[in-house]
Design a protein around this ligand. Structure first.
Ligand SMILES: *Cc1c(COP(=O)(O)O)cnc(C)c1O
Length: 448
């Protein structure tokens, strides 16, 4: 009989749920299992490796410790497991049966629902952890940057949950053109500034040269860092790329492993979209850990926009994380910190660099990169809406495109592959992009 709710070994189920007790008790770090050691961050002047002390002005102590931890597991405090449950964890995993039927593929397609958090993406998984430890150490305010606003919304929500002030620097084009997430942030009590802003020296300098500067994620990071290090009891909060962010996001993939165990299935390929790498890593690293131990032979596919091709066209070298050269140097796949990304709708994928640990895995061929064109991602989003009923974030449409392409490859070869992807967020605040897509004005390189 077809089960709606999965029983053990029931790989015909449409929805695989877990209970609150299944929320992981420890995060997973891939760092001790990497095939070659993670290259350390370097001082930009001396090019000497930097230790934890260098990050103390930016982050609270526990976050700095987690950034450098060599443990494969870090315990999740009970207060945070409680916060995770209030954010909708554990999240369900669905089987995309209607999509499979539409594609006429022998592949089975599964997707993990990270859109179900209050702000509609995976980002609160780390925002609440950063807010929790900051509060515990007496921090009063967090600063951060945001592009389209998903990360800013997550920090605003997490700050309100743990009674912190939040100061968000939002890339000016998004601030002007995508107003709704600004109101989401303000509803949680955050202060939101268009970046470049008049709140920092760096922002004022840029505005003096060009009052219409549209801003970029790199500029907003520089402003958020400056605002944190020049204010008392204020720390900076980062939404992707950093080791501790990827650590926190592992709750996604740890749940997925349990969900596939319930089905008695091992996925053949796992797919995620990549901006800085946090949702992909959160989803895939726990299973990549299994592969590195020789327990599974799952493939891992990371999907990026052709307009911001850091994995497929970037160089693997030391570069700054921001535009103003305030951060240390990180060894990563990068388009250069001066790269000005085209105005594609997937704002969360417009970053010049990439998580250093993901760069190691790409370099060893363990993660396979793919780049896809903007219009084809919106086509994938339309197919998904009409089959599965969900309207995906433009970032998430990249993962859907990847999953559809792999399912069509399976159809050509007649393979009954199991494909899983991370449904990183919903697109209900990204309807401007869908409007352009539907009216035929959407282009591959830029908005319209
Ligand atoms: C931010 C975001 C991404 C990309 O960021 P990563 O750190 O690479 O995960 C992808 N999907 C959604 C919905 C996002 O909000």
């Amino acid at each position: 009989m077809q089960g709606l709710q999965a029983g053990r070994g029931d790989d015909d189920a449409v929805k695989v749920t877990l209970t609150v007790d299944d929320i992981p008790k420890a995060w997973y770090s891939i760092l001790p299992h990497l095939p070659s050691p993670l290259p350390p961050p370097l001082h930009p002047g001396t090019r000497e490796p930097l230790g934890p002390e260098a990050f103390a002005p930016l982050f609270c102590k526990e976050i700095v410790r987690q950034e450098f931890t060599t443990n494969s597991e870090e315990p999740i405090p009970e207060d945070l497991r409680d916060a995770y449950s209030r954010l909708g964890r554990p999240t369900p995993m669905y089987r995309a049966k209607r999509l499979e039927a539409y594609l006429k593929t022998p592949a089975k397609i599964y997707y993990k629902r990270e859109d179900l958090s209050p702000v509609g993406s995976h980002k609160p998984n780390t925002a609440v952890a950063q807010a929790y430890y900051s509060k515990k150490e007496g921090v009063e305010a967090l600063t951060t940057e945001t592009g389209a606003g998903q990360w800013g919304s997550a920090v605003a929500l997490a700050s309100s949950m743990f009674d912190l002030r939040a100061k968000v620097f939002m890339v000016r084009v998004s601030y002007d053109q995508k107003p709704y997430r600004k109101f989401v942030m303000r509803m949680y009590g955050a202060e939101v500034y268009p970046s470049p802003s008049d709140q920092t020296n760096y922002g004022r300098t840029l505005l003096k040269n060009d009052g219409d500067n549209p801003g970029s994620l790199g500029i907003a990071i520089s402003e958020a860092i400056e605002a944190a290090v020049t204010s008392t009891n204020t720390k900076y909060s980062i939404g992707s790329v950093a080791n501790h962010v990827l650590l926190h996001q592992s709750v996604i993939g740890l749940e997925v492993i349990k969900q596939f165990e319930h089905l008695d299935v091992v996925p053949d390929v796992m797919i995620g979209s990549v901006g800085g790498g946090s949702n992909f890593a959160g989803f895939a690293y726990p299973m990549i850990g299994q592969r590195l131990k020789g327990k599974v032979d799952t493939r891992f596919v990371a999907v990026e926009p052709t307009a911001v091709p850091s994995m497929t066209k970037g160089k693997y070298e030391y570069d700054f994380g921001d535009t103003a050269e305030m951060t240390p140097l990180f060894k990563m796949h990068t388009l250069g910190h001066a790269f000005v990304p085209p105005r594609i709708h997937a704002g969360g994928l417009r970053y010049h660099g990439m998580a250093p640990s993901l760069s190691v895995l790409l370099d060893h061929g363990i993660v396979e990169p793919r780049a896809v064109e903007q219009v084809s991602t919106f086509q994938a989003g339309e197919i998904f809406a009409k089959t599965e009923g969900l309207i995906a974030a433009p970032e998430t449409c990249h993962a859907i495109r990847g999953a559809i392409d792999l399912a069509l490859e399976a159809k050509r070869t007649g393979e009954e592959r199991v494909i899983a992807f991370n449904y990183s967020g919903h697109g209900l605040l990204d309807l401007g992009g869908y409007e352009q897509y539907l009216s035929g004005s959407l282009r591959d390189n830029g908005n319209a």
